[in-house]
Design a protein. Structure first.
Length: 64
């Protein structure tokens, strides 16, 4: 995951990637009865960022 994390930080900037456990808890639930803490949360700046993130995840077999 560290290689993926470095890729994401390089693509969108370190300030747009959340990976610390405490912050990730904020993104672990919604209105459904299920919870899941993500490994990382990314805030893409553009559609192109989304395309690159999805392409990287697909090439590296990382679920989104």
């Amino acid at each position: 995951m560290s290689q993926a994390l470095e890729f994401l930080k390089g693509l969108v900037g370190e300030d747009r990637v959340v990976a610390d456990k405490v912050s990730l808890l904020c993104y672990s639930s919604d209105m459904s009865p299920f919870t899941y803490t993500p490994d990382v949360v990314v805030f893409p700046r553009s559609r192109d960022d989304v395309v690159e993130i999805v392409k990287y995840a697909n090439e590296n077999k990382i679920p989104i």
